[in-house]
Design a binder for this molecule. Structure first.
Ligand code: MG
Length: 234
């Protein structure tokens, strides 16, 4: 190979994948404004500690599913995010313990009803409705931590109807994965199966009925494919 090629995986190594459905997920954490360019595109200041919100476990959606666009919103947006799956929990984890608690890394979309979020923000109300509709938390299969070469350099991307819409890299996060898990553990008891959406890079955009969203790690180790449709009635 030439020096332009990326290195081939070491012979005999295989990527270990984890199906998140084998866990009972108690809590979905979301981190806001964790990329400087995305904070700027939404007109928000940079945080000095992680901005935390929760999504209900009922919002989970798995690979191959359909995002149901709710009638309450006319601007549902995609936020492409690296998602952490915890394999261990606890309180007051050190940074080392926090890194070790991460069982796997996946890709997800923090689906957000932007108009409802803006309205809630203006009124000083919580974001729960804007972030919490059914199907608003699609996630991929997870790549086991031992199969991740460098958690500070995970590249990921989102295509909508084949067009590249968002790209990100964990190296650009304001708070890295270990820092996020350690911080959350100062406030919440963490449990195996908990999921953490680590924030979106810039490029968020509106999801329309009929859209096909394909998110993936750039190295191809995991991907998520979902489509979008109007809500089912009844
Ligand atoms: Mg987000």
């Amino acid at each position: 190979m030439t020096h332009h090629d990326s290195p081939a995986p070491a012979r005999g190594t295989t990527t270990v994948l984890i199906d998140p459905r084998q866990y009972c997920t108690r809590t979905l954490f979301g981190i806001g404004r964790n990329y400087a360019a995305h904070a700027r595109e939404l007109g928000n200041p940079l945080p000095t500690e992680p901005v935390v919100f929760l999504k209900p476990a009922s919002a989970l959606l798995y690979n191959g599913g359909t995002i149901r666009l709710p009638p309450e919103s006319s601007n549902v947006q995609h936020e492409l995010e690296l998602v952490l799956l915890l394999g261990a929990g606890g309180r007051h984890l050190s940074i080392d313990q926090a890194w070790r608690a991460i069982a796997g890394y996946g890709i997800g979309i923090d689906v957000t009803a932007r108009d409802l979020q803006r309205k809630a923000q203006a009124a000083g109300n919580p974001w729960s409705i804007a972030k919490g509709f059914d199907t608003f938390a699609p996630i991929s299969t997870f790549v086991a931590s031992e199969s991740i070469a460098n958690p500070h350099a995970i590249g990921f991307e989102l295509r909508v109807n084949g067009k590249l819409r968002q790209t990100g890299n964990s190296g650009e996060m304001l708070f890295n994965c270990g820092e996020i898990v350690a911080y959350l553990s100062t406030i919440f008891t963490l449990y195996p199966g908990d999921l953490i959406f680590t924030g979106s890079p810039e490029g968020v955009g509106t999801i329309r009925p009929g859209d096909r969203l394909v998110a993936r790690f750039v190295d191809g180790s995991t991907s998520l494919e979902v489509d979008a449709a109007p809500p089912m009635r009844g």
